[in-house]
Every structure is written in C-alpha cells, then in structure tokens.
Design a protein around this ligand. Structure first.
Ligand code: IPE
Ligand code: IPE
Ligand code: MG
Ligand code: MG
Ligand code: MG
Length: 327
C-alpha cells in the first residue's frame, strides 16, 4: 500500500529526525545514544510524524512548521517502545533484537529516558505562539500513555476485564498519541482551538482502530510484523480478541484459557491453543467489525473538519492503511 504523500512525508520526517539526532552522536555519551540511533534506524512506519505533518498541510501551511512536533511525537513513540519491550519481555522489534536484549535493561531504561528528553528538546523548537499549547497537550498525553501502559500490565493478571475497560486502556496507551500527533501538527500550523479538537477527535478514533489492528497482527499476523507473534497471548494480555473469546467461545474456550493463564513454559503450544480458541469463537471477525466502526467515526471527523479534495482522499487512504496494514 502506498501513496505519494506517504513516501513524501515519511522521507521528510526521516531526514528531519536524522539531522536532529546528529547533535548526539552514536559514539558519544558513554553509550547512552547508541540504542537511540539503533532503534530509530530500525525504521518503523513513522505514522505519528506523518500525521503531524499531514495535519499542518491540511491546515494550509507548509509541513515544515510541524517538523518539531513530528520529531517530538516520533521520538516519544520510540521511547515508549523501548520501555514497552522491557515490560512485555519482547525479544523482537522491527524484525531485529530489542534494545534490552541487544544491550541490557539498564541501557533500555536510560536511553529511553534520554529519548523522552530529546522529544522535549524537539518540541522546544516550535514557534513561541505554538509552544505553550503544544507542551500542555504533549505532557497530558505522556501521562495518559503511562496510565494506559499501567492498565495494560495490571490487566494481565485480571480475569474480569470488560470490553469498555479494554477500549479505555488502548485509548490511553495508543490513541491519545495518535490524536496528539494530529492536534500538535494543527497547533504548529496555527489552527483554532476548535479545529485542534476536531483533529484530536479524528486521531482518537483512528488510534483505537490502529491498536485493534496491532492486536490482530500480534495474534494472526506473519513475519512481516517484525515482533514475536503471539506475544500478547503468551502474556495473557486482555485484548478484545481474548475478551471476545472468553465471552463467546463457550466452555471449551474457557477451559483452554484457564489451563494456560499464567503459564510461560511451552510457549508455542499455548499460543497455538489460544489462537485456535479465538478462531473458533470468531473473535478476529468481531474485532475487525469494531475496528472498521472506529475508522468510520474517524472519517466523520475528517468531514467535520471540512477536508476535501486531495486532503480528504489522503485521510481516507490513512484510514484504510490502519486496518489493512501487515506490519
Ligand atoms: C507499535 O506502533 C506500538 C503501538 C502503539 C501499537 P507502530 O506499529 O506504529 O510501530 P512502528 O513505529 O511502525 O514500528
Ligand atoms: C504498546 O502496545 C503501546 C505503547 C508502546 C505505549 P503494545 O505492547 O501492543 O505494542 P507492541 O505490539 O509491542 O508494538
Ligand atoms: Mg509490546
Ligand atoms: Mg505493551
Ligand atoms: Mg501489540
């Protein structure tokens, strides 16, 4: 799946990030920056940066005014991945070893902290008018991501998590940053408060769909995902897939889940058994239906923003990309 805007904006984001990071060479800082360069160079879709640049363009400015915001959200995102991979005991990221495996946990903690600070340094390059609004939103977002990650972990050992709790958890851990990426791009472009809120609403719905597809890929994707497949099943993550299976899979599903909950040994057998129970319950189709409903809500916000022509078409493409992506 490609689109001229995708390559154009991703290339610009990549170039801006690379130029920015030159200030902190890989060989400097006693090794502090090496994991930063490693993770940033492993690639990634740069979705959050592309969203920030896209909102600025849709607001009628050059995307360059949003470079500080694009770099800030992308550095922050990659910081959360570095820590998330420790929390999730994940061995693979973007098809390569995670930082805490390649180095160690201390390196991933501290280089992650450094990236969080680099994100603030990037935001500080915004215009004097945009900066206070941007920082208020960014700091609120960062705190909400922590809340979402806390719930994600707490839910691993709970068996009474509801779909509503799951939706709120993914809103916090993932959606708010997708939403903020658009809103920060709009703030950089000098958009009105009302329009910034509409951008945020668009991103919130897009982000829910994005995380639902992330969960689908974790359970049912292929090696293109670049992460350990079935990692969520292994960790007893309370994804929609899992909650739906528990609720609709009958006794057979409940027995499979009860048998494997809390087990980390014999990972392939656990993953295969739980995945089969999910398939039998029709969980993937139910998840896809809900995911598409959220994309439809995102597109309603795109219309409320009055996007038209190539801008509307581009956001429609992004909505499709979120649900059809394979990595
Ligand atoms: C992964 O994000 C973490 C989630 C919030 C789902 P992405 O799928 O955007 O990861 P990269 O940056 O493209 O690798
Ligand atoms: C991660 O969710 C959300 C954040 C990093 C804040 P996941 O744990 O599902 O992300 P992946 O699948 O490891 O990329
Ligand atoms: Mg993870
Ligand atoms: Mg996680
Ligand atoms: Mg995931």
């Amino acid at each position: 799946m490609t689109h001229p805007n995708l390559t154009r904006l991703k290339d610009q984001a990549d170039a801006a990030i690379e130029a920015f990071l030159k200030q902190w060479p890989e060989s400097a800082g006693d090794g502090l920056y090496a994991p930063v360069h490693y993770l940033m160079r492993l690639g990634g879709k740069r979705l959050r940066a592309v969203l920030a640049l896209s909102a600025a363009e849709a607001e009628g400015t050059s995307c360059e005014v949003a470079f500080p915001a694009a770099m800030g959200v992308e550095l922050f995102h990659n910081f959360t991945l570095m820590h998330d991979d420790i929390m999730d005991a994940a061995p693979l990221r973007r098809g390569k070893e995670t930082v805490h495996i390649k180095w160690d946990e201390n390196a991933a903690i501290l280089s992650g902290d450094a990236m969080y600070t680099l994100a603030h340094i990037a935001f500080a390059q915004l215009s004097a008018e945009a900066l206070p609004k941007a920082l208020r939103l960014f700091n609120q977002t960062a705190l909400e991501v922590c809340l979402g990650q806390q719930s994600d972990m707490a839910f691993e050992t709970r068996n009474d998590v509801t779909v509503a709790e799951y939706m709120e958890m993914i809103r916090l851990k993932t959606s708010v940053l997708v939403a903020a990426s658009l809103a920060l791009g709009a703030i950089a472009a000098g958009a009105s408060e009302e329009r910034v809120q509409l951008w945020y609403a668009l991103g919130e719905e897009l982000g829910l769909a994005f995380q639902m597809q992330d969960d689908l890929l974790d359970a049912f994707g292929d090696e293109q995902v670049g992460k350990l497949l079935g990692g969520d099943i292994l960790a007893d993550k309370k994804t929609f897939l899992r909650l739906y299976t528990q609720e609709n899979g009958g006794m057979a599903a409940q027995e499979v889940l009860a048998k494997w909950d809390g087990q980390r040994h014999d990972a392939p057998a656990k993953i295969e058994a739980v995945r089969a129970a999910m398939t039998a319950a029709g969980a993937a189709n139910a998840a896809r239906d809900l995911m598409h409903a959220h994309v439809a809500k995102a597109m309603a916000s795109a219309e409320a923003l009055g996007l038209e022509g190539s801008h509307l078409e581009w956001f429609q493409f992004l909505g499709g990309m979120v649900t059809q992506r394979t990595s």
